[in-house]
Design a protein around this ligand. Structure first.
Ligand code: G6P
Length: 614
């Protein structure tokens, strides 16, 4: 949440900063701002409510020159989204400008202290307190900026990724992180700074990921210097980023979300490459093989995650329990971290996160680690905090996901969970050779079957027009498809703002059935599996109450086609991998309904990706 960009070098900073902010808009988009120091040594700070394009418009006649600058796109925590609360914030002296991603938890106490020293505040933010604190430390002790930042941060409780500039030292940026990501890009005679590598890859592939409580002194014409909060010098580890620019563009699609939905077959091929062999008769996840004893001797697995990743976790539970016979619990990371869970050395915790930065999931990982559990991460963003804090794990390798509503990361997570389950089942011999071979073969067939589902895009687009009127939707599924019902409902809520509930189909009669009338669309996942007859009865119950049924069925199904108002026919696949197929039409349905309603699907209101605050 909140995106940070910085630049220092020989080029004009503004275009680089704006382009960078646009790449980071998925992290928040309720206001944006930029601070630049021009050649004459003046610091210009511009802010605007709304998107980065609103900021661009507002500065059209302003001085935007300067080769050093910092910029920010905000997801509001403290204080409403308005120009005053937008970053950068500057010190009372007008010398310092600061941008921040995170939350300063003790900001109220610090603010009181500073007020007593005569400081006044213009905004409601915790960030303004931080910049005034740095200013206070520096002025009272007559320190250089780096030392003042070190001392100020020692008294701060909370999470931060910050960048500070001082108009009196226009050749340096000071940046620091704790629990919020920050990357320094190293170019030829220039440096870049950002919340992730996406604003940087266009200019350089050499990056340094800062660690918690590290401060970077980024000076023009000098080597990058990294210290900790106690001024101990740390040698930065320069890494090479493997990210292509094309992955960050819409590539001809009207929205990132649609691009990412359509990328799924190729993403899953990437996810399985080198793991499912070309003959599709064996699965190897190196993390499983490397930690076989620890995993096989586990008393139970606990999956922790948030949002869509939690839905993937529910499918993972079902998969692991059915083929590996290991008990699995699935927890919201935000609940797990605060309830003193019973967990110990015999437990394995699987943390699932697309961004690898979700604050609650990271905190759950840290808690479980302290209690001695073995931690396995399933993440997408390479080098992010969760993979760096786990004992082992598997990347999903689906490439950057930019649309705020998660799509390809979900199917990537389910695919890794499927491979994990198969790999463990093989080692544990909990399934027979024939079943194993069949499952590996079925998993390998998913990308091609997904392609066939994607061919239905136009038809789903037409279907969606009928449903733009709806105020409520119900999604029903059973077994492996119950989490898919939850995920389908979440997708619709997130981007079209239509209220939607996902339910296990049999639970409908314990409440949601009261909502059904002729106005109520009910999406039912009714594929030909062990639950088919049961779900068929549920559809009868809905039709008896005049509900509108949109059914996902297996190709050739006639029975449900006669009953339902609309059917979407899907290729047959073994039941445990059905979620990888049944999810696709629900993603497309949500997408098209939101587009028909004129909503901004890539940047839905109030949401952000990479939730680095609690
Ligand atoms: C936010 C995003 C969701 C995501 C969830 C968990 O709510 O909008 O798409 O599922 O965070 O994020 P993670 O990066 O941990 O998977």
């Amino acid at each position: 949440m909140c995106g940070i960009v910085g630049y220092i070098g020989n080029r004009e900073a503004y275009p680089i900063l704006i382009k960078g902010l646009k790449r980071l808009e998925y992290r928040g988009y309720d206001s944006a701002g930029v601070a630049l120091i021009n050649k004459a040594g003046a610091m210009n700070v511009y802010k605007a409510k709304g998107r980065v394009c609103d900021l661009e418009e507002s500065v059209s006649s302003k001085d935007i020159s300067g080769c050093i600058g910092i910029a920010h796109t905000r997801w509001a925590t403290h204080g409403e989204p308005c120009q005053m609360n937008a970053h950068p914030h500057y010190s009372a002296s007008g010398n310092l400008a600061l941008i921040h991603n995170g939350i300063i938890e003790n900001y109220a106490a610090l603010k009181e202290k500073l007020k007593r020293k005569g400081y006044t505040f213009k905004s409601e933010t915790d960030t303004e307190v931080l910049v005034q604190l740095i200013d206070y430390v520096r002025e009272t002790k007559k320190l250089d900026l780096l030392t003042a930042v070190e001392i100020a941060l020692r008294s701060v409780i909370g999470a931060y990724a910050i960048a500070v500039i001082d108009k009196n030292t226009p050749n340096q940026i000071i940046a620091a992180r704790k629990s919020s990501p920050l990357v320094v890009g190293i170019g030829e005679g220039e440096f870049f700074l950002a919340s992730d590598a996406s604003p940087i890859v266009e200019y350089t592939d050499k990056v340094v990921y800062l660690d918690d409580e590290e401060i970077a002194l980024i000076s023009q014409g000098k080597e990058l210097k990294v210290v900790n909060l106690h001024n101990v010098v740390i040698t930065p580890e320069v890494k090479t980023v493997d990210l292509e620019l094309g992955q960050l563009e819409k590539g001809g699609y009207p929205h990132f979300m649609l691009k990412e939905i359509f990328e799924q077959p190729s993403c899953l091929n990437d996810c399985m490459r080198g793991r499912v062999n070309t003959e599709a008769n064996h699965v190897i996840l190196s993390a499983i093989i490397d930690h076989k004893e620890r995993l096989l001797s586990a008393r139970r697995f606990i999956i922790v995650a948030c949002g869509t990743s939690w839905h993937a976790g529910l499918i993972g539970k079902h998969l692991i329990e059915s083929v590996c016979r290991i008990p699995v619990e699935v927890e919201y990371a935000s609940e797990f971290r605060y309830r003193n869970p019973v967990i110990g050395e015999n437990d394995v915790v699987i943390a699932i996160s697309q961004s690898g930065e979700t604050a609650d999931t990271l905190a759950a990982v840290e808690l479980a680690k302290r209690k001695g559990a073995f931690i396995y991460g399933i993440c997408n963003a390479v080098g992010s905090s969760i993979p760096r804090n786990t004992h082992t794990g598997s990347y999903i390798h689906v490439g950057p996901e930019i649309g705020v509503a998660s799509t390809k990361a979900f199917t990537g997570q389910v695919t890794v969970l499927a491979m994990l389950a198969l790999c463990l089942a093989y080692e544990k011999k909990t399934i027979g050779e024939e079943e194993y071979l069949n499952l590996v073969h079925e998993l390998a067939s998913v990308p091609e079957k997904m392609e066939r589902v994607l061919e239905m895009d136009t038809r789903i687009g037409q279907l969606s027009r009928i449903f733009t009127y709806a105020h409520n939707f119900l999604y029903l599924g059973r077994g492996f498809n119950y989490p898919v019902a939850l995920e389908g409902a979440l997708k619709l809520k997130e981007i079209s703002y239509i209220h939607a509930e996902g339910y296990p189909a049999a639970e409908m009669k314990h409440g949601p059935i009261a909502l059904i009338d002729a106005e109520m669309p009910v999406v039912v996942i009714a594929t030909r599996n062990a639950m088919y007859e049961k779900v068929l009865s549920n559809i009868q119950e809905i039709k008896a109450r005049k509900g509108k049924v949109i059914a996902l069925v297996t190709e050739g199904d006639e029975e449900i086609s006669r009953l339902a108002d609309d059917v979407i026919e899907l290729p047959r696949i073994v039941e445990c991998f059905e979620p990888l197929i049944t999810t696709i039409p629900l993603q497309l349905l949500a997408y098209h309904i939101a587009v028909c309603k004129g909503k901004d699907v890539d940047q839905p209101r109030n949401l952000a990706k990479s939730v680095t605050v609690e």
